[in-house]
Write a protein that binds this ligand. Structure first.
Ligand SMILES: Cc1ncc(COP(=O)(O)O)c(C=O)c1O
Length: 491
């Protein structure tokens, strides 16, 4: 029997390789806690990957697997480890790892049509809406690469509505006409993807009005109200407020209920950046803090953050599904279908967003959510909220640590601040930066940084389903020991 040329694989050969791959993955995942959280790569290791030429002849799949085992898997980012507290990157839910394998095997385009992947996405996105209490009737949601793409889609819809309200068509006219400049409001703590979206939408970063925050890093509604009035008086066109339901810096939740009132009164689009934090609305003890979320015009929410759905998996939810469609629908002849005839099915996802060809992201979300169940989602998040409070308590109890922000969700911001340095902000900034880098390089735990009121803060985000109080204790110990060592070296 002849071997088929690549990329084909003889079915039995595929089966053998797949079994080998599964063993490799299972060993890899089981071994993660035993390895360093992170290990910087040597110049030689980097070059071996980056500068490798593509051979003229194809390689044996077995040799390729071996190469992944020796050159790729040992240099993971670190977010699979229970002692990884960096950024907002979770480990992959094991069921999601399997789902990606299955989805790749089917490899549909989820642009639209009458096939299972489309209905899986409809269900999974509806579950997200239900979990956070977003209206399902008349709304529309779809999966995107992450919070940044979700934000771009949501703000494009907001811009479209503002133009329609004013009697013009932004899709036809663009932003070329001499019109009152559109203004987007966000707090000092709003995520950078909001600015990126404003830039990409042709609004320019100058269209952003940064609203001050209160002592708990939440948007100050009276400042917002005053800013909107002043901008209108100055001939500008306020059109949207981007609130945060979990800022990336500290996890602060803006006062969504009051913002929803203000936006309704001023006919401003209320977008909620819940990329990190929206899902904590599924926790009964936290639900009240999200009052107003149900009145948002759009929400960005990332299952690849708190739900541990393997990257990439973001979602955008828009209250007026018809409006979203009118902001994006552009169907070329070659893709025209009739609903429920032939391949037609439901209105196509590609009419509601940026992408034409769309991957089967929904399967990993659908399987992860069902593996957890409604109660499992709440339990997972509640555990992380409790661990963050536990970490905050340990920080508060340590004489050489100083907490720098309230703990709303699963983020704790603090710094190493021995008594003799407490009055020297510049020295503390530098010392804490060095502490963070040394902790990262040592590989026992991992945390990152943010800036709060101009001060360098160590930032730990609990997002791993297997993190325990012992892991939190290890983080505190590592920061204190590293801080003491580096501080004594300074003198
Ligand atoms: C609050 C918040 N919004 C938006 C984003 C951007 O999401 P993504 O990185 O998935 O594009 C992040 C990412 O960390 C975030 O934390």
């Amino acid at each position: 029997m002849t071997t088929p040329p690549p990329p084909a694989l003889d079915p039995e050969h595929f089966r053998r390789l797949a079994h080998e791959t599964v063993d490799l993955v299972a060993d890899y995942l089981a071994g993660v806690p035993e390895r360093p959280v992170f290990r910087p790569m040597t110049p030689a290791e980097r070059a071996a990957l980056m500068q490798e030429p593509l051979g003229a002849a194809g390689l044996d799949p077995e040799a390729l697997l071996h190469r992944v085992r020796s050159a790729v898997l040992p240099h993971a980012m670190g977010n699979g480890h229970p002692r990884f507290f960096g950024w907002v990157n979770s480990p992959p839910a094991p069921i999601g790892v399997l789902a990606d394998f299955l989805a790749a095997a089917m490899n549909p385009s989820c642009a639209g049509g009458d096939h299972a992947a489309i209905y899986v996405e409809r269900a999974a996105v509806r579950w997200l809406m239900e979990l956070i209490g977003f209206p399902t009737a008349g709304s529309m949601g779809l999966l995107a690469s992450g919070g940044s793409a979700a934000t771009l889609i949501a703000l494009a819809a907001a811009r479209h509505r503002a133009a329609s309200d004013d009697g013009w068509n932004v899709r036809r006219d663009g932003l070329q006409g001499a019109r009152a400049p559109l203004v987007l409001y966000l707090s000092d703590e709003g995520h950078s993807c909001l600015q990126k979206a404003a830039e990409l939408l042709g609004l320019g970063s100058e269209a952003i009005h940064r609203v001050s925050t209160d002592a708990e890093h939440r948007m100050d509604v009276s400042s917002l109200r005053a800013a909107v009035a002043a901008d209108r008086a100055g001939g500008k066109r306020p059109f949207a407020v981007a609130a945060s339901a979990g800022t990336v810096g500290t996890g602060a939740i803006d006062p969504l209920d009051e913002l929803a009132d203000l936006c309704a009164a001023e006919r401003l689009w209320l977008h909620v950046d819940g990329a990190y934090g929206a899902l904590a609305a599924a926790v009964p003890t936290h639900r009240a803090r999200y009052a107003g979320l149900a009145r948002a015009d759009s929400v960005a929410l990332d299952p690849h953050k708190w739900l541990s759905v393997p990257v990439e998996c973001g979602a955008v939810l828009v209250r007026d599904g018809g409006l979203l469609r009118s902001a994006f629908s552009l169907v070329p002849d070659y893709l025209r279908t009739e609903m429920d005839r032939g391949f037609g099915g439901l209105p196509w996802y590609s009419e509601f967003g940026i992408q034409q060809t769309r991957g089967f992201r929904a399967l990993k979300l659908w399987m992860t959510l069902q593996h957890l169940g409604r109660a499992g989602v709440g339990d997972l998040i509640a555990r992380h909220l409790a661990l963050a409070r536990h970490l905050a308590a340990r920080v508060d109890a340590a004489p050489d640590l100083e907490r720098l922000a309230p703990v709303e969700l699963s983020i704790v911001c603090f710094r190493y601040a021995p008594a003799d340095l407490r009055s020297d902000e510049a020295a503390l900034d530098l010392l804490n930066k060095r502490v963070m880098q040394a902790v990262q390089e040592a590989g026992d735990v991992f945390l990152t940084q943010t800036t709060l009121s101009g001060r360098f803060a160590l930032r730990a985000c609990v997002l791993h389903y297997a993190t325990t109080e012992a892991d939190v204790a290890a983080l505190v110990d590592a920061v204190r020991a590293t801080g003491a060592r580096l501080a004594s070296g300074r003198q």
